[in-house]
Design a binder for this molecule. Structure first.
Ligand code: AMP
Length: 125
């Protein structure tokens, strides 16, 4: 169940459909807890989306409702992906949008992983 004030999880959101293999994605990584693929509209030379396999609308939902194993597994997967891509030395940025003010578009929790060049200021004016 999502946290109070959020809509119920939409099982037909685009990332749910990617997880079910109903629409294609450029897969980067997959394990028991997480699935990662290239963003269709990259905002940096490397722009990967990492999603948990469970049905969570947002960070708010995931951080309250997911099990410790799901949270640990997901976070370790994000780190593993960055390591696998050799991004620890040059560095990278993680971002998760949650709710209206963030501009979250897809209601399945996801972390953006940006890398491949100096990324500039954290928040655009
Ligand atoms: P957010 O605004 O944090 O919800 O980010 C949603 C992201 O999903 C955006 O960066 C989109 O470019 C990306 N996106 C939407 N549809 C797809 C898709 N079919 N495959 C890959 N990325 C997608």
């Amino acid at each position: 169940m999502p946290v109070s004030g959020l809509p119920p999880y939409d099982t037909n959101n685009i990332f749910a459909r990617i997880l079910r293999g109903e629409i294609p994605s450029r897969k980067v990584y997959e394990d028991e807890w997480a699935f990662a693929f290239h963003d269709i509209n990259p905002q940096a030379p490397i722009h990967i989306l990492v999603v948990p396999k469970g049905p969570y609308c947002s960070f708010a939902d995931f951080s309250t409702e997911a099990s410790d194993a799901e949270i640990a597994g997901f976070m370790r997967a994000v780190g593993q992906i960055a390591r696998d891509l050799g991004l620890e030395t040059p560095g990278y940025r993680l971002l998760a949008n949650m709710g209206a003010h963030s501009g979250q578009e897809v209601p399945h929790f996801h972390v953006h992983l940006f890398a491949g060049k100096p990324l500039g200021r954290m928040i655009a004016e």
